[in-house]
Write a new protein. Structure first.
Length: 333
């Protein structure tokens, strides 16, 4: 019978605990758990972060993995007209920030933790879409320029003084319009090739990315790239889905979670290089309508809807991209 030593010429290490930093291909026997383990290199990994103070979903987001911002949304149960809550993340813990002036959900965000913009959304107490833009300075929100028309669940990109909103639900139906913000007022940009809502968005005002979303099919895998004037087709997502989240830049983006036709809510994560999407490590738990921000190699996912009903979570997940060696148990299958 062949043995590991006979095949590879190396003895299996006998260790009381798993190595803190295993090497790719390293094999050892954990004498405490009585399990054979191996280090395997994979492209990215999700890990649990600090929980939000309360469960919610369909929020706006901005910032980075270690300086993130979540604002607005709706409480678990779906009975809230919209929240005005803001929370700030330091890479470990969420703490309270200044409240939004207008409570809402389904809004988009742009910028950093100390210089953010939140725009659009919906408030069920008035049964109206929201045109308001608010700007955050790390302490409080102040009123900015209004969107040209109400917009709910659009894609968003950019910074506080150079943002873009694209797609989403307008006053009565999904739209293809793009609006650009200069820190004071919104102006019309180039239209998307087709109307879409619940689309993912990231990048900058002059190099934005729109991907996935809800259309008549009901979900799309289409990706479009913006140059500040017009949208052109990019590489399609591997999994058509809407209500997904994303982060990063036009040439180095991350798309995760969302609704798919076959199993309702997904954990799929895909990485974009400016030409095509590739599958990377899935979320630890499936989510849709969650907050997403950060970069392709340091992404942040916060809260979201976790079932086909209106159940939300307070969980946070952090993505580390690039080659990562993880520990796996060797089984007979």
């Amino acid at each position: 019978m062949a043995t590991y030593y006979g095949t590879y010429g190396q003895k299996v290490q006998y260790l009381a605990s798993d190595p803190a930093s295993p090497q790719n291909g390293q094999v050892w026997f954990n004498s405490t758990s009585n399990l054979l383990k191996v280090g395997i290199q994979q492209q990215g990994v999700w890990a649990s972060g600090g929980n939000l103070p309360a469960a919610r979903w369909i929020m706006g987001a901005a910032g980075t993995q270690t300086a993130g911002l979540s604002f607005g949304g709706i409480a678990s149960g779906g009975v809230s007209p919209g929240l005005n809550i803001t929370n700030e993340y330091d890479g470990s813990t969420w703490t309270a920030g200044g409240n939004l002036g207008t409570a809402r959900y389904g809004l988009a965000g742009a910028g950093t933790q100390t210089s953010a913009a939140g725009f659009g959304g919906y408030n069920t107490s008035t049964s109206l879409g929201v045109v308001n833009t608010e700007e955050y300075d790390g302490t409080s929100w102040t009123a900015g320029g209004n969107l040209p028309a109400t917009r709910y669940v659009p894609g968003g990109a950019g910074t506080q003084t150079s943002a873009a909103a694209f797609g989403g639900i307008g006053p009565s139906a999904p739209v293809a319009t793009t609006s650009e913000y200069d820190g004071t007022s919104w102006t019309a940009g180039g239209n998307l090739p087709a109307a879409v809502d619940y689309n993912g968005g990231c990048g900058t005002q002059t190099a934005a990315l729109s991907f996935g979303g809800n259309v008549a099919s009901p979900f799309t895998n289409v990706t479009n790239e913006y140059d500040g004037t017009s949208w052109t087709a990019g590489g399609n997502l591997n999994f058509a889905r809407g209500q997904l989240s994303g982060c990063g830049l036009q040439t180095s983006a991350l798309a995760f979670g969302g609704s798919i036709p076959t199993s309702d809510i997904s954990a799929y994560t895909e990485s974009y290089n400016g030409t095509s999407w590739s599958n990377v490590a899935s979320l630890l738990t499936s989510f849709r309508l969650s907050a997403g921000t950060g970069t392709q190699t340091a992404g942040l996912q916060a809260a979201g809807n976790i079932s086909g009903s209106v159940t939300a979570t307070d969980a946070t997940q952090e993505f580390t991209g690039g080659p990562v060696v993880v520990t796996r148990t060797v089984t007979g299958t």
